[in-house]
Design a protein. Structure first.
Length: 299
């Protein structure tokens, strides 16, 4: 069988390297981003990406379209809007959404696409920019098995692992829970480092202790020395997107009747940090809010 023609919509920090890796693997990839600068970067990428002028133009050139967008609202607009994918995709095509989307919106989008004979898979990622660039992302997948089989070769190019969590929407459910846990861990780590720094401990040495002890986490391993104590505060993931994912998780908890008092309090604190940092701030800026509230600089 010939390789499917691919489309890719959303060429930001994650999307562009993901699309480029697919092109380097030999797939014909047509891409789109509403930001002209992102489209220009795609045109200059090493993999030979073909840049389209609209989502519908991507759809006409593709059998499978991948989306990497900020939320499910953006995915819905790209998929179903006036110039959306649905107007160009053929019956039997498939939408692979790797965004961090709201599960309820994913199901609504999928239902509208299904009316046109178009399948959908949700496969959000973990691994940040480095994982996207090196093709070592972790995918959390919600799909029917026959649809998962179609996209598995693509996931293998873009990532190192893929976990099938259930039907459509299950991947996005896992993604928001993963980020909720990460958010609570990040804030607890920042508070602990602030306390220790105030008491005269070196936060770099504290981080070294955490990384070989029970307090170890992805945050302690990849974020504190690399972003905080060196005062870079430069993680590309946006603080408001983390807050969005925490909000998705908390809504799912409420609808399921599951109390989550720790994460509920954490959501309020993350909101305070987002208000302090301002729109467009890096997730790292949450620590500046911790420093502001404690009066301690973690350096």
């Amino acid at each position: 069988m010939s390789a499917p023609r691919l489309g890719f919509v959303g060429l930001g920090v994650m999307g562009l390297p993901m699309a480029d890796n697919l092109a380097k693997a030999g797939y014909a990839v047509t891409v789109y981003d509403k930001d002209p600068a992102a489209a220009a970067r795609a045109a200059a990428a090493a993999g030979g990406l073909q840049v389209a002028a609209s989502p519908v133009e991507v759809a006409r050139a593709a059998d499978i379209v991948v989306t990497m967008l900020p939320s499910g609202r953006y995915v819905q607009e790209v998929a179903l809007g006036e110039d959306g994918l649905v107007h160009g995709l053929r019956e039997g095509a498939l939408l692979l959404d790797t965004s961090s989307s709201e599960p309820w919106l994913t199901k609504d989008t999928a239902a509208a696409l299904a009316d046109r004979g178009i399948a959908m898979v949700d496969a959000p990622v973990s691994g940040a920019r480095l994982g996207a660039e090196t093709g070592t992302l972790v995918f959390m997948v919600g799909a029917e098995q026959q649809d998962l089989d179609r996209v598995t070769p693509l996931l293998d190019v873009m990532g190192k692992q893929a976990f099938h969590l259930g039907g459509l929407g299950a991947g996005h459910t896992m993604k928001c829970l993963n980020n909720m846990i990460t958010a609570m861990t990040f804030m607890a780590t920042a508070e602990g480092l602030a306390i220790g720094t105030k008491l005269g401990l070196d936060p770099n040495v504290m981080t070294d202790v955490l990384n070989v002890s029970t307090g170890m986490s992805w945050i302690s391993q990849t974020h504190i020395r690399q972003r905080i104590t060196n005062r870079a505060f430069d993680d590309a993931f946006k603080l408001e997107l983390m807050l969005k994912d925490v909000g998705i998780a908390m809504r799912l908890a409420r609808e399921a009747g599951i109390p989550a008092p720790l994460s509920g309090t954490g959501q309020q604190l993350w909101q305070a940090a987002a208000d302090f940092a301002g729109t467009g701030s890096s997730i790292s800026e949450m620590v500046r809010w911790v420093e502001h509230t404690t009066g301690v600089t973690i350096e």
